[in-house]
Design a protein around this ligand. Structure first.
Ligand code: ATP
Length: 299
């Protein structure tokens, strides 16, 4: 069953069209990513689906309900983490969560449980303003989960985190999905969405340019595999003569062989003993973005 059905939603702010006819469906238990550069319309789309904004046109069904205007039937079933989180002043992580739990009519035991889930059990008694950026981000996700909602919305949960904190948070997000939750999240990190999401919608200028599993989007490009060698490992002319080599390019650092048949090329390179430092690169979601828009992806 679909957890979310979005049909042709639109939203303008004055002359600016922020969301320009967006449609998608999210299945129950799915990890769905809305991706795109800054200003693509991700947050506006998410806020409309959450019921925080009224669309100018189109329709949204969230767990079978219309989320706007504020639909109280949905509140116990939906968890929302906003881009800018607000906490109660001077409370510890545990007290924050117990307060949120109480607002939802949930007992304090649940606060402990979600602290564990987001990996903050050892910070339970630390005041929110003394947590690191990554820990605060995890606390705000815990607040969105405290009432055990079925659908969780996260707006850029990994923005502004260092790489290690980002990866820790990935484990948290995977643990949430493993509990059967539907997750809808926005990000401008395409590499991250590629590893986390079941399906992604790539947005730009208020529209969905592409929507599918990351693997299907990349496969659909039918892009060659690039085999990268250190410069000097092989002469360009020799590389061009190898079986499977379609195109050879060189720069100061490396020699790149494009191929659509990597197996014979890699065995020819192995026979020559040139595998040291070799890298094999396949297309990524950034290439999908380039293909769709004709411009490089800039988060
Ligand atoms: N309340 C508002 N009033 C006027 N313009 C807005 C408002 N909110 C968003 N916009 C504009 O609408 C466009 C889409 O914004 P939105 O926040 O939805 O994009 P986004 O993809 O989430 O970007 P970001 O990653 O920067 O949050 C942007 O050009 C933004 O400046």
């Amino acid at each position: 069953m679909a957890a979310i059905v979005v049909e042709d939603i639109r939203k303008s702010y004055g002359d600016l069209t922020a969301v320009d006819g967006v449609s998608f469906t999210v299945a129950e238990g799915e990890f769905f990513g809305i991706l795109g550069p800054n200003g693509a319309g991700k947050t506006t789309t998410l806020e409309i689906v959450e019921g925080l904004r009224r669309p100018d046109g189109g329709s949204v069904r969230l767990l079978g309900e219309n989320p706007f205007p504020r639909n109280v039937k949905l509140l116990p079933r939906v968890g929302v983490q906003l881009q800018a989180s607000a906490f109660f002043e001077k409370l510890s992580a545990r007290e924050q969560l117990e307060t949120f739990a109480a607002l939802y009519g949930v007992g304090p035991a649940r606060a402990r449980e979600v602290l564990d889930l987001v990996g903050l059990a050892d910070k339970a008694e630390t005041r929110e303003d003394r947590l690191s950026g990554g820990q605060r981000q995890r606390l705000s996700i815990a607040c969105a989960l405290v009432h055990d909602p079925d659908v969780v919305f996260l707006d850029e949960p990994t923005a502004a985190l260092d790489p290690q904190a980002r990866r820790n948070l990935w484990d948290v997000l995977r643990a949430i999905q493993a509990r059967g939750k539907t997750i809808v999240y926005t990000t401008h990190y395409l590499d991250e969405a590629e590893v986390l999401c079941d399906r992604v919608a790539i947005m730009d200028s208020g529209r969905v340019l592409a929507l599918d599993t990351p693997a299907a989007l990349v496969r659909g490009l039918d892009a060659p595999v690039r085999v990268v060698l250190e410069r000097g490992a092989l002469a360009a002319a020799t590389a061009a003569g190898l079986p499977g080599a379609d195109e050879v390019t060189e720069d100061d650092q490396s020699l790149t062989i494009s191929t659509r048949t990597p197996a014979p090329l890699l065995s020819a390179l192995a026979e020559r003993g040139t595998l040291d430092g070799l890298q094999v690169r396949t297309a990524t979601l950034e290439d999908v973005f380039l293909h769709q828009t004709g411009r490089e992806y800039r988060a």
